[in-house]
Design a protein around this ligand. Structure first.
Ligand SMILES: [Fe+2]
Length: 388
C-alpha cells in the first residue's frame, strides 16, 4: 500500500523563507473590534471592557479571541489590568519566595530549562498554593479573566496548571522554542508524528502568564515571534540555526504591568528575555491550560485541592464573598471537569451521556452546604469508581 510521504515531514524540509514570509504579516486592528490596541502585532485587550462584553456578547468575544490565537491571527494577546489588587499579588510573591527557599533546602524542584540558579522555578504551583494558602488561592483563581481565553481556545472543562518563574537580575535569555506537547519532543520524535498531529498539538494547550511584577523591557519580558505558530513545520524548525537567527532579528517584546495577562498559541516561537535590571526579580505565574481531551504536562492532586479549599469555599459562598461567576471560575481551576477516563461498569452516565464530574460534585456540595465529611466521601467514591 502506498503512503503519502508529505504527511511525515523531516527537519531538512524546513524552509526558513516560508516562516519569514508568514512573520511579515501585520495585524489590522479593525479586524478585532473588541481589542483596545495593537502593538508590535500583539493584540491588547482591556480586562474591564472585555468583562462587560462577555456579559452581553459572549460568543462574539470568544470567537474573536479564538481567531487571534488561531492560524488566522497573530497568535498572541495581552489582557491589561486583569488583577487590580497589588496586595494579593505581593502576598503570592511572598509565598512563592518561601516555597522556593523550602524547595532549595530540601533539594527538590529547580528549573530544568535554564542555567542552575538563574531562575526560581516552582512546578505545580497551582496545587502548592491551594494547599498552603487556600483563601488567597480562591481570591486569585476566582478571576473569570483567566478562563476567557481558555474557553475561547479549548472549549469547556479545560485543565489549569501553573508553573512560577522568577527571573533574577543578570539571567540570560532562553533559547527560542515552541511549547508542550511537541515542543517538548526531539526532532526525531516530531518526525515520527504525522503533520495532522503537529497541527493538533497546538490546539490542545494554551500558554498564559500573569505578570506578578511590572516587566519593563530591561527586565526581559517574553520575546515573541507573532505569526510563527502558522508555520506547519514549526516543531521541526525552532532548533534550526537560520530560524534562531530569524527569531533574533524579528522578535518583539512588550512591557507588561503587574496584573496584566499574556496568552499565546503554544506553537508560537518565543523565549524568556534576559533580565538586565540591577534589582528587579521578574516574576510570572505561567499558566499552562490543557484541553479536556489532552494529557496535561503535570499531574495534580485535585482531590487534595478540593478537600483543602472546601471549607473556605463554603464559607465565602454562604457569606456572599463569592458570586456565582466567581465560584464557577475558582471551581474550574480546582477540580477535574471531565467525565473521562472512567470505569463505565461502575460510573454510569448521569445525565445524557457523561458521568458526573468532580467539578459538578464540588459545585453542588458548596451550593447545598453539604457537610465536609460527606463531600470527602463523595470524592473518594468518585475516585474509586473511576479505577479499572
Ligand atoms: Fe516556553
Amino acid at each position: 500500500m502506498s503512503q503519502n510521504p508529505a504527511n511525515f515531514l523531516r527537519s531538512q524540509d524546513v524552509n526558513d523563507e516560508h516562516l519569514f514570509q508568514l512573520c511579515k504579516q501585520s495585524v489590522a486592528l479593525n479586524d478585532y473590534p473588541y481589542a483596545h490596541d495593537c502593538k508590535n502585532n500583539v493584540l491588547i485587550y482591556n480586562a474591564s471592557s472585555l468583562a462587560d462584553h462577555m456579559q452581553t456578547e459572549r460568543i462574539n468575544v470568544l470567537s474573536e479571541l479564538h481567531r487571534a490565537i488561531s492560524d488566522n491571527g497573530p497568535g498572541v494577546i495581552v489582557i491589561k489590568g486583569a488583577y487590580s489588587d497589588p496586595a494579593l499579588l505581593s502576598r503570592f510573591n511572598k509565598l512563592f519566595e518561601s516555597i522556593l527557599i523550602q524547595e532549595r533546602e530540601q533539594k527538590t524542584g529547580g528549573d530544568h530549562f535554564a542555567t542552575a540558579g538563574a531562575n526560581g522555578r516552582i512546578w505545580n504551583a497551582l496545587q502548592k498554593v491551594a494547599l498552603q494558602a487556600p483563601a488567597d488561592f480562591i481570591e486569585y483563581y476566582k478571576n473569570p479573566a483567566l478562563g476567557w481565553v481558555a474557553d475561547a481556545w479549548l472549549g469547556p472543562y479545560w485543565q489549569m496548571t501553573s508553573q512560577v518563574n522568577v527571573v533574577h537580575p543578570g539571567a540570560n535569555a532562553q533559547h527560542p522554542h515552541r511549547d508542550y506537547h511537541l515542543g517538548f519532543q526531539s526532532n526525531a520524535i516530531c518526525e515520527s508524528y504525522p503533520l495532522s498531529i503537529h497541527k493538533l498539538s497546538s490546539a490542545l494547550t494554551l500558554q498564559g502568564a500573569v505578570a506578578h511584577t511590572d516587566m519593563p523591557l530591561a527586565s526581559g519580558p517574553t520575546k515573541l515571534l507573532p505569526f510563527s505558530h502558522q508555520y506547519d513545520l514549526g516543531y521541526l524548525a525552532w532548533r534550526d540555526p537560520d530560524v534562531v537567527k530569524l527569531f533574533e532579528q524579528e522578535y518583539v517584546q512588550l512591557a507588561l504591568q503587574q496584573g496584566d495577562l499574556l496568552f499565546f498559541n503554544p506553537a508560537l516561537i518565543h523565549a524568556a528575555g534576559s533580565n538586565q535590571t540591577a534589582d528587579l526579580h521578574r516574576t510570572a505565574n505561567l499558566l499552562q491550560i490543557s484541553s479536556s481531551f489532552s494529557k496535561p504536562m503535570e499531574s495534580i492532586n485535585r482531590e487534595a485541592m478540593c478537600q483543602t479549599l472546601y471549607g473556605t469555599l463554603c464559607h465565602k459562598w454562604q457569606t456572599g464573598q463569592l458570586d456565582e461567576e466567581a465560584l464557577k471560575a475558582v471551581v474550574a481551576c480546582t477540580a477535574d471537569g471531565y467525565s473521562f477516563p472512567t470505569n463505565l461498569d461502575l460510573d454510569p452516565p448521569y445525565n445524557e451521556a457523561a458521568p458526573q464530574t468532580q467539578q459538578q460534585h464540588l459545585l453542588l456540595a458548596i451550593q447545598q452546604n453539604t457537610p465536609a465529611i460527606e463531600f470527602f466521601a463523595i470524592l473518594e467514591s468518585l475516585r474509586s469508581k473511576r479505577l479499572a
